[in-house]
Design a protein around this ligand. Structure first.
Ligand code: ADP
Length: 467
């Protein structure tokens, strides 16, 4: 079974927190314990030295006697803290001995300490060790003291309480951190998984045909934002494709209906004997059928052009030479309308599909001829703009109104003016031009004014390097 991203991220966060806290606690614990033990050991030594120093002051050299009351007080106090003291004079005679004084208490304290240390530090293998300190007054020895205490160190009640509470605090911090990490993980996971879940939902809807759906909320994470934007773009382009597909079907049906209706009504009338099959009438039917086959072949051309993104066969193409060739191939059409066609410009080689570039030029020049008045002038020019090559086809024909300029590259669009001229155009040529230019990564634009003429400009990137 697949786990949810959110659960995985939260669990990951909690696990990382757990491991870090575990490592931090262990190392902190070890470090603190070690330092604390060293501190306890120092304290023991210092305490014993202080005891010895205090005891040496209790000898009165004048009377050659000891302040036994004071020594007793100190000895009992030290005994309670785990220090068993035995004070000797300089001749080795006992001045005060804790064990002699209260043997039972001494043993009780020693047993308690042994038991406690054995329990909490079983590996320490410690025991009571006797340390001897000289008792000096003005650098003369006045006696010595044997102090026994648990070594290498021992910890009293307070010390244990301190260490315990430290461990307790570390434990509580650990729990809080793990909970905090799990919470942060959950919030973070939600931040990431919510848009992903939403994107999944949207793509599912898109795959079911709902192309209008969009991801609307803003996302702070760069990659997720890009993902949602990409999905939105995909939906947009599918929506556009779908719209085009539907329009294409209606447009084709519409474009075919008129000539087909004309042909069938004419033929019907002839068959029923209403009309005589005169050559003019048959020519009319033939023209309509020609129009239908032109439309079909234009449609084929268009679908081919729209596939060109994958099938371009690029090679170095010299635009000026190609333009001359194209002009020459239209010699007859130019002559039949008494049109002049001048050429200017410079040589310019682009890396492109020669057949397709020729198709672009053919369409533009054939339009210029179709939409020119008798005796008009057409001008073709080629320029090298460094990064790109530019081809211009200019005429002084009927022109295109400003409102119609944005529409002429659409399928089947023909301006009102051109329809009335019965040019036989299908309104697909420029759609093909645009598709082919775009397939080459270029751009086609038009400037035009009604009755003054039009100028079509094609910019083609040279594109050798990136191929
Ligand atoms: P068509 O087969 O009708 O020429 P196109 O797609 O080539 O189809 O052109 C679409 C429409 O754009 C034409 O019907 C015409 O109205 C207009 N058009 C194209 N080229 C020119 C031009 N050089 N001068 C005036 N109008 C033009």
């Amino acid at each position: 079974m697949r786990q949810k991203l959110g659960t995985q991220i939260s669990a990951g966060f909690a696990l990382i927190a757990l491991i870090s806290i575990f490592l931090v606690s262990i190392s902190a614990n070890l470090l603190i314990n070690r330092q604390f033990e060293k501190y306890a050991q120092n304290q023991q030594e210092k305490f014993s030295e202080n005891l010895a120093e205090g005891l040496s002051l209790q000898y009165d050299s004048g009377t050659d006697g000891w302040n036994v009351d004071y020594i007793h007080g100190v000895g009992m106090y030290a005994l309670n803290d785990g220090y068993i003291m035995k004070v000797y004079d300089k001749d080795g005679g006992i001045v005060w001995d804790a064990e002699n004084h209260d043997m039972a208490r001494c043993h009780q304290i020693m047993d308690t300490i042994r038991a406690r240390m054995g329990k909490v530090r079983p590996r320490l293998n410690g025991d009571f060790v006797t340390h001897r300190y000289n008792l000096n007054q003005d650098s003369t020895s006045v006696g010595y003291v044997d102090i026994s205490y648990y070594g290498p160190y021992f910890l009293n009640e307070n010390d244990f309480r301190f260490l315990d509470s430290l461990n307790h605090i570390l434990f509580v911090i650990g729990i809080i951190s793990v909970l905090g990490a799990a919470l942060a993980g959950t919030a973070f996971a939600r931040h990431i998984s919510n848009p992903i879940a939403k994107t999944t939902q949207i793509t599912k809807e898109i795959s079911e045909g709902n192309y209008e759906i969009r991801f609307k909320s803003q996302i702070g994470t760069g990659e997720l934002h890009e993902l949602t934007q990409a999905v939105n773009h995909m939906a947009e382009s599918l929506e556009r494709q779908e719209r085009l597909r539907k329009r294409m079907t209606t447009d084709v049906a519409h474009e075919l209906r008129t000539p087909l209706a004309n042909v069938s009504s004419h033929l019907e009338a002839i068959l029923e004997g209403v009309w005589k099959p005169t050559p003019e009438r048959l020519q009319g039917c033939y023209d309509e059928i020609q129009r239908i086959s032109r439309l079909v072949s234009d449609l084929e051309g268009l679908s081919q052009a729209e596939k060109e993104y994958v099938t371009l066969e690029k090679e170095p193409v010299e635009l000026l030479t190609l333009a001359y060739t194209v002009r020459d191939s239209f010699e007859q059409e130019l002559a039949s309308k008494s049109l002049s066609c001048s050429m200017t410009g410079e040589t310019c080689t682009v890396y492109a599909d020669a057949k397709r570039i020729r198709q672009i030029m053919d369409n533009l020049l054939s339009n210029a001829i179709k939409y020119s008045y008798e005796g008009g002038e057409i001008h073709i020019s080629v320029h090298d703009f460094g990064e790109s090559g530019v081809l211009e086809v200019e005429d002084d024909g009927i022109g295109i109104s400003q409102e119609e300029i944005p529409l002429i590259f659409e399928r089947f669009y023909r301006t009102d003016k051109s329809r009335s001229r019965k040019t036989g155009g299908t309104g697909i040529g420029l759609t093909i031009v645009k598709a082919l230019v775009q397939a080459h990564g270029g751009k086609v634009t038009v400037e035009s004014e009604t009755e003054k003429g039009s100028r079509f400009t094609v910019v083609l990137p040279k594109g050798e390097d990136d191929e």
